[in-house]
Ligand binder design. Structure first.
Ligand SMILES: Nc1ncnc2c1ncn2[C@@H]1O[C@H](COP(=O)(O)OP(=O)(O)OP(=O)(O)O)[C@@H](O)[C@H]1O
Ligand SMILES: [Mg+2]
Length: 235
């Protein structure tokens, strides 16, 4: 049984169908990267899995239980967390308040969790009381990821975690992603920095025009000349 299993997913916005029958699995403890051109439907799949869009067809299971059509707040309680591509922090709240929002379903904020997040992202500890709206892109991404980790999810979905970050910060974020995975959390990533992301992934999928057109191990995709030429900016 896969941790996450999506079968024959069709989804979109109003009359516009974006996903045309997507199958996707994530196994426990795995890192899986989805790559593909702008508009391919990568974010739409994440929103559909997380209950923000209702699929018109298909079935989604998490740990063997059907979650198709459940609301996001039900899904997050089941252990599936999601960091959206945009607007993923509360800019007018402090770092600490943003993290506490991540545990909003618990009566009390678990102190050990907060400490664990500060361990993962030390810059957040020293800036606990800073308003997130005043922080850099990299720090905001740490806050967004920290917030998603407050409930210790079994699967973390990250939509373009390194978007618009300087190369050194991108490296830091990928390092942190590995550290999160080492504690057993499976991770599903959508990334424009496809090579860096595939390098640390067990598996990769290529999306184009709402269809998953290719899937293989991370290293195999990196070594695939056709994929490299088409999607990785390779020679
Ligand atoms: N809120 C929305 N309302 C209507 N159409 C949308 C909405 N969000 C995305 N779309 C459309 O759905 C299609 C797929 O978008 P999606 O955001 O899933 O692509 P993506 O693969 O994540 O692209 P990118 O790499 O640019 O983030 C695009 O044609 C886009 O214009
Ligand atoms: Mg997107």
């Amino acid at each position: 049984m896969s941790l996450l299993s999506a079968r024959a997913i069709e989804s979109g916005y109003g009359d516009m169908q974006v996903l045309h029958g997507i199958d996707l699995d994530v196994e426990a403890g795995e890192i899986v990267t989805i790559i593909g051109p702008n508009g391919a439907g990568k974010s739409t799949l994440m929103k559909t899995i997380f209950g923000l869009l209702k699929p018109t067809k298909g079935r989604i299971e998490f740990e063997g239980n059907e979650i198709t059509g459940l609301s996001a707040d039900r899904i997050v309680r089941l252990g599936l967390a999601y960091v959206p591509q945009v607007e993923n922090v509360f800019p007018s709240l402090t770092v600490r308040e943003n993290l506490e929002m991540g545990a909003f379903i618990g009566a009390r904020v678990p102190r050990e969790r907060l400490n664990r997040i500060y361990e993962l992202f030390p810059p957040l500890m020293t800036r606990q009381r800073m308003r997130v709206g005043r922080m850099s892109g990299g720090e905001r991404q740490m806050v967004a990821m920290g917030r998603a980790l407050m409930l210790d999810p079994r699967l973390l979905m990250l939509d373009e975690p390194s978007a618009a970050l300087a190369p050194n910060l991108t490296a830091t974020i990928f390092e942190r992603i590995l550290a999160i995975n080492e504690t057993g959390t499976a991770i599903l990533i959508v990334e424009q920095n496809a090579k860096e992301s595939l390098r640390l992934s067990h598996r990769g999928c290529v999306f184009a025009a709402g269809v998953k057109c290719f899937e293989d191990s991370g290293p195999a995709i990196l070594a695939n000349e056709n994929i490299g030429r088409l999607y990785l900016g390779g020679e």
